[in-house]
Write a protein that binds this ligand. Structure first.
Ligand code: SAM
Length: 406
């Protein structure tokens, strides 16, 4: 290669496509000079930077983190890399659990195999694997620390829009189901002084974090219990039938294979006349400027993955019929639109960037692994979503909040 190389030569030498090189340039990760006729030209310093970026990319770091590291803009690279190691550890643990679960399903089927009917055996095998993986992927976002941070950012940004009218009277008992790391719990506690909160989640790790956050914020009296919504009501104890004045559910139904049954189970937790409040999103309500097919495709990956895991990322529009079918009365649904343009910088950062784009970016790996999209197209989609956070960009998303009575 001569001292200055073209984009085609660099693509060939680095193994990246020309399109990816252009995308990396758009992201500020690499740069190019221009020849007199406008073609890209790369000198030794630019090629060295590309190879450094490639080396860091092999660790699995995201493009924006790599750019910050190479630009020496990362305030503490050691902290960033330690967080990444933690993430890799979680991925490894998860990979190990996944492998063991798959091996166990195969072993149990081999033991009970009916050799007479090979076709039925194949169907049974796939059914078992799908069931097992759906349970493993309790929900598509997983339990990563980045996801937990995203949920905190989401709760913080949307507090007025979603909770301006949330509040339960003193002396009432409130069940929050699917509380996760407690992102909504603190808001509930702040807005319902004197109400007795019981918060439930299927994940003991998330509950632990929620408990610690509540105590740190001075809410000592909240009860945290590990349970599966589908095992409610319990035969006795704090989760027995008819104990609660109010049930609160946020961003849980979208992850469940059978939200209708969950709502019936939750109705049984209420006293006669008690209420349920449900908040869910609907990714079909997303539109933005500038529009982009690649961005819509990346969002569609999230919707498909959630569907493959048994959930429904478009559930917001179904809240009314679901609640009616589960036996609730006086059901009222209000759409809550988040409208974001540059005149609302808090929402550009807190919602478009840290909530929505972070969520879509979080499914990159599973979307590629499932063959839903290729890496280049996905990165282009994220790039175009980021484009909506620029001064002339606009982003819209609608949540749905439903209230019903026992
Ligand atoms: C997207 S998070 C939402 C957390 C929280 N409500 C929020 O708004 O930030 C969904 C939560 O539901 C929990 N979950 C999933 N399936 C569940 C089940 N069957 N029973 C109870 N909790 C469940 C997950 O562990 C996770 O913490």
């Amino acid at each position: 290669m001569s001292l200055l190389c073209s984009v085609g030569q660099l693509a060939q030498a680095s193994g990246l496509s020309v399109r990816v090189l252009r995308h990396w340039e758009d992201m500020g990760l690499i740069s190019a000079d221009r020849s007199p006729n406008g073609h890209r030209r790369y000198g030794p310093a630019q090629v060295t930077r590309l190879y450094r970026a490639l080396a860091l990319r092999r660790t699995g770091l995201g493009l924006s983190r790599i750019t910050a590291l190479l630009d020496e803009q990362d305030p503490d690279p050691a902290v960033t890399l330690r967080a990444h190691v933690e993430q890799l550890d979680q991925d490894l643990r998860r990979g190990g659990e996944l492998r063991n679960r798959l091996a166990a399903v195969l072993a149990s089927l081999e033991e009970n195999q009916d050799t007479e009917d090979a076709e039925a055996g194949k169907v049974q095998l796939l059914k078992k694997v799908i069931e097992s993986m759906t349970m493993f992927e309790q929900y598509v976002h997983g339990y990563h620390s980045q996801e937990n941070q995203r949920l905190q950012d989401q709760a913080g940004t949307l507090v007025e829009l979603l909770h301006g009218d949330t509040g339960f009277p003193p002396g009432t008992s409130v069940l929050e189901i699917g509380c996760g790391v407690g992102a909504q719990t603190l808001t509930l506690a702040e807005r319902s002084p004197g109400a007795a909160l019981t918060c439930v989640d299927i994940s003991p790790e998330s509950l632990d974090q929620a408990r610690r956050r509540a105590i740190a914020a001075g809410f000592e009296g909240i009860t945290f219990v590990q349970a599966d919504v589908f095992d409610l009501p319990a035969a006795h104890g704090p989760l027995s039938a008819g104990r609660f004045d109010h049930v609160f559910v946020c961003f849980l139904l979208e992850h469940l294979a059978d939200p209708a049954t969950a709502l019936v189970k939750l109705r049984a937790m209420l006293k006669p006349g008690g209420t349920i409040t449900v908040i869910e999103g609907d990714h079909g309500s997303t539109y933005f400027h500038p529009d982009s097919q690649a961005a819509r495709k990346a969002i569609a990956c999230q919707v498909s993955l959630q569907c493959l895991a048994g959930g429904d990322a478009l559930i917001g529009r179904r809240l009314y019929p679901l609640l009616i079918r589960a036996g609730y009365r006086d059901v009222f649904v209000s759409p809550r639109q988040v409208y974001v343009d540059a005149s609302r910088p808090g929402l550009v950062d807190g919602f478009t960037h840290k909530t929505f784009i972070a969520m879509i970016d979080g499914v990159r790996q599973p979307a590629l692994a499932a063959g839903l999209i290729d890496a280049q197209r996905f990165d282009e989609g994220i790039h175009d979503l980021l484009r909506t956070t620029e001064p002339d960009g606009v982003f819209c998303y609608t949540f749905f909040k439903a209230v019903g009575t026992h």
